[in-house]
Design a protein around this ligand. Structure first.
Ligand code: R5P
Length: 265
């Protein structure tokens, strides 16, 4: 690995090899989702707690102050929308030159394994890796399932993650699932997990993060379950304690409650 690639990966994955990424790229196909109507207002207070931000160039340029020295994982695929015909019909929408101009530490693209546009998204991944490797830029592949959330089982996710790694992704974002260790075991590059739609119970979010790390994930790349939480700072802090300090679920719940209670006073 050349210095640039190594340094970018090292900026995202901390000294312990783990990361707490904050995902806020949802608008690229969902528009202004709840709590991200004004991204700067919601996200700015959370930036000091995040090891990296995953977002689009539009939100980076317009809503994130350049004073923050936080690594950026830039969403470079798109061309679809939730009201369009097929979510899997994505293409590469941002060049590597633009990613370098924005001082990105990695670029992210979704693959839709088993969907109508599987071929297109996998060829996109290969093409992006070719260009990104030339620039020393890591590629994060996201194993997207579109509207078919029920697809998220160990068999499907390990299949998708492995294909992403085989195509050259330097790290892969997927979902937590039962028997997640099977997904982690068969993927030769670091895995980070998404949170998915907001869960009702804060402890359930912490349990997912905890179990994913215990079963081999190298971190999280969560969005809605952090910034849609009634106590977003408490939530990201509790998740950090799990990822970087191996906190138990109970300990993380304690951390969550203690920060949340202090903030209410
Ligand atoms: C979805 O395609 C986006 O890449 C999100 O970044 C991803 O789903 C993670 O966010 P959440 O934790 O809200 O699922």
């Amino acid at each position: 690995m050349d210095w640039g690639m190594k340094n970018r990966m090292r900026r995202i994955f901390q000294q312990d090899g783990k990361t707490v990424m904050l995902a806020l790229d949802h608008g690229y196909f969902l528009g202004a989702v709840s709590r991200l109507e004004n991204p700067a207002k919601t996200i700015t207070p959370l930036i000091p707690y995040a090891d990296a931000l995953m977002l689009t160039r539009g939100i980076l340029r317009n809503c994130i102050d350049t004073k923050f020295d936080v690594p950026v994982v830039l969403r470079v695929s798109g061309g679809n929308s939730i009201i369009g015909k097929d979510l899997s019909n994505e293409d590469i929408t941002v060049s590597i030159k633009e990613a370098i101009r924005l001082n990105a530490s990695a670029v992210a693209l979704s693959i839709y394994v088993g969907a109508d546009y599987e071929h297109q998204t996998l060829v996109n991944l290969g093409r992006l890796v070719n260009e990104a490797e030339d620039a020393g830029m890591p590629v994060l592949a996201v194993t997207a399932v579109g509207k078919e959330l029920e697809k998220r089982d160990a068999k499907y996710l390990s299949f998708s993650c492995r294909i992403a790694a085989e195509q050259g992704a330097r790290f892969v974002k997927t979902y937590y699932c039962q028997d997640f260790y099977k997904v982690a075991e068969s993927c030769p590059v670091p895995l980070v997990i998404a949170g998915g739609p907001k869960l009702k119970n804060d402890a359930d979010v912490l349990k997912i993060a905890h179990d994913a790390i215990r079963e081999g994930a190298k971190g999280v790349d969560m969005g809605r379950n952090i910034w849609q939480s009634r106590e977003a700072i408490a939530m990201i802090s509790a998740i950090k304690s799990i990822v970087h300090e191996n906190a138990s679920v109970n300990k993380a719940v304690e951390i969550f409650n203690s920060i949340a209670n202090k903030r209410k006073k």
